[in-house]
Design a protein around this ligand. Structure first.
Ligand code: PGA
Length: 245
């Protein structure tokens, strides 16, 4: 794991944007895995800026998002698809059919999950996967105790994740209880992983991920087994990892 600590959230977010931009410049037909949540917003702003100034071309890029709430239509304001359109896709020249996000209204979520995996494989796998880290240590929506071999599947969200995500909803009881997520096995197959973590409320999860042995109780710790992982942190997120004893 290659870990870098930045002075603040903006610097970490910009550095993450540069890694993604460099991937697209190096390989214009890259397959990029994307994440939602509060953390990547600045990164997406910067990618939009680089695109507007003519540095980045998304014409041949394909994307796969990590996850989507079950029960929300893609045009629901709180769906991850709507988040991606608002924060990135409406600001870059990606082709609509190159965007992949699980369908939260799929009649048969298991079939949808299998089709999602097939789609990733058909496009040659993910070159670079952007990840956040949940307070529970989750990656995607793979909560503590997830099997490391899982592929895209339906999950029940933990109470902690539901409460963390309630800030995006007008009424906390509106937060969906289930989601469809790439599995840990799917994430680990990405050729390169870039994790961005900011804020003091993630310090404990960061410590579990980098200091402790690999443990399903902290899904992020599985990244210790991946050969090509970069983690960008801001100072508050890094505070608990300096003394790993
Ligand atoms: P956040 O979520 O960016 O909203 O903190 C990250 C995650 O849950 O993976």
């Amino acid at each position: 794991m290659n870990i870098r600590v930045f002075d603040n959230e903006a610097q970490a977010g910009q550095a993450a944007a540069l890694v993604i931009a460099a991937q697209i410049v190096k390989k214009p037909d890259s397959v990029i895995g994307l994440a939602t949540g509060g953390t990547p917003v600045l990164t997406y702003q910067d990618l939009a800026r680089l695109t507007k100034s003519g540095i980045l071309d998304w014409d041949r890029v394909t994307t796969f998002n990590l996850d989507e709430y079950l029960g929300l239509a893609g045009d629901h304001e709180q769906s991850f698809r709507a988040f991606m359109v608002k924060n990135l896709f409406s600001k870059v020249n990606i082709k609509p059919d190159a965007i992949h996000i699980p369908d939260g209204l799929a009649k048969d979520p298991e079939a949808e999950s299998l089709a999602y995996e097939r789609s990733i494989n058909t496009r040659g796998g993910i070159d670079l996967q952007l990840l956040g880290l949940g307070r529970t240590g989750h990656i995607g929506f793979n909560e503590p105790d997830s099997l490391f071999s899982t592929r895209t599947h339906v999950v029940d969200l933990t109470a902690d994740t539901i409460s963390a995500n309630a800030r995006f909803f007008a009424n906390p009881s509106d937060v969906p209880r289930q989601a469809m997520t790439m599995g840990i096995g799917t994430i680990m197959q990405a050729r390169e992983i870039l994790m961005l973590v900011t804020g003091a409320e993630k310090a404990r999860a960061v410590r579990g991920m980098v200091c402790n042995p690999v443990d399903p109780q902290c899904p992020g710790s599985v990244l210790q087994l991946h050969a090509n992982v970069t983690v960008f942190l801001d100072r508050p997120a890094a505070t608990a990892m300096y003394h790993c004893q």
